[in-house]
Write a new protein. Sequence first.
Length: 201
Amino acid sequence: MRVWLLSAGLALLCMAQNAAAGTVLIVGDSISAAFGLDTRQGWVALLEKRLKDEGFDDKVINASISGDTSAGGQARLPALLSAHKPSLVVLELGGNDGLRGQLPAQLQQNLASMIDKSRAAGAKVLLLGMQLPPNYGARYTKAFAQVYSDLAVQKNVPLVPFFLEGVGGHPELMQADGIHPAQGAQGRLLENAWPAIKPLL
């Protein structure tokens, strides 16, 4: 009888753990797609390892595409939500919008739409903020950065203000192109995001 009760208890515990496990969907650009690196070296792969090491059963889906913009992410998102039914959506987009000089208002509209669609699908949302180098002009760089802080307030969504904090502007942590983080920067990217991701799991 005791053996049966123990077995039943373990089975129920496993069922509860599986029911609690969710899916983390990363929708980003080259930074999350680990451009120039083996994808196993990227911060998203390190996130998968961190989840496992800390006892989380959540699955990670990396739907990031190098060169993607907020418009591209918005177009792809409905199919991703339908296919993966994530419990958490991490949005890492906007860098390419800024590098192309696109209007900050359009970036804000696209990201707002992605936040709304993710929540409508039952997912929590985390926004990873971006900033541009100063050579884009003070007015534009300020308006660009403001997009993320404004969305965080308007949509009441958690925000990492600058995902590349401690990486951008440090040549030793960047690849030769000066745009993409090197392998040595991937751990720092995870550390920038992890304190915001963990409470949402």
